[in-house]
Every structure is written in C-alpha cells, then in structure tokens.
Design a protein. Sequence first.
Length: 93
Amino acid sequence: EMVGALRTSVQAALQARKSRIRVDMPPGFDFGVEGQSKRSEGGVAEIVRSDRQLARLFLGMFEGTGLVPLIVFSSSEQLKAAKKIWGATEAKV
C-alpha cells in the first residue's frame, strides 16, 4: 500500500514538472525490495537498508523512460553495497 502511494505521488510530482522531490518515510521501513531479512538488523543497519530499498524503488520508476536518475548515498560503503546488490543500472549512482 505504501509503495503504491509513493508511486502515485511521484507520478503526480513528475506530471507537475517538479525536478526535485523530497520523500519522508518511516525510518527503517522494509519496502520488500531486497526480500525479507532473515533477522532483524536493528538500528542504523536497518535504516541504511531501508534507504537503499527506497532508492531502488525510484530507479524502478524511471527504468525505460530515457530519464537517468541520480542516486546519492551518504557514504562510500553504502554506495558499494548498493552497486553489489543492484548490479548494473541505468542510473548515476
């Protein structure tokens, strides 16, 4: 339900020609993009995983559109983890 609402909101923002979007979600929310975690990571690790999943959802929204989203992580470790999990993408990561 939350992912559907997110997609609808992003589509509305894009139709309104917004070039920047701020998204606030519950910290550590599991979007289910990377499968279910076998154990509760808790704390910072859970938040980092949630942020990466949200970024991946945005990449999915732009696949095949010809638009190239820019995804920015706050650390090089987060960037390396995303590239390892995601593999090749069209985005600038």
